[in-house]
Design a protein around this ligand. Structure first.
Ligand SMILES: [Zn+2]
Length: 130
């Protein structure tokens, strides 16, 4: 079982504060040492050019040959379903989130289905599959 590490969440918050995304700022740190904030992939900023912090941290790990399997990820906001898919597929063992995003409840459900441990304050989800 994973143990919460406040210093890692502080690093995720620090990265979040560096994001220049106008819509919302998110930071993520994997316990393999790779961190990222959400950012646009092109000069043009739109909904389709932004890459989420979690996805960026996982992609950066892959690009640098740093394993993600068995590591934990700390995120400042509960995640979307696309990032949840990446987390399940990358073998990340646990997700710690700081704030719950009520617009993205499906991400947490998918993590549970994928066998990923999830830690953070979320409202009761009675329809959560067990
Ligand atoms: Zn996402």
């Amino acid at each position: 079982m994973s143990t919460y590490n406040a210093a890692i969440m502080d690093k995720a918050i620090e990265l979040m504060n560096r994001s220049t995304n106008a819509n919302r700022r998110v930071g993520a740190v994997i316990t393999n040492g790779v961190g990222a904030h959400n950012a646009h992939m092109t000069e043009r900023e739109s909904r389709i050019t932004v890459q989420h912090a979690e996805a960026q941290a996982i992609c950066r790990s892959a690009a640098e040959g740093i394993p993600t399997k068995g590591h934990d990820i700390y995120v400042t906001l509960s995640l979307c379903v696309d990032c949840a898919k990446l987390i399940v597929q990358s073998g990340i063992a646990a997700v710690y989130f700081d704030k719950y995003d009520p617009e993205q409840p499906e991400g947490l459900k998918l993590l549970h289905l994928g066998g990923v441990e999830v830690y953070g304050k979320a409202p009761p989800q009675d329809d959560l599959p067990r």
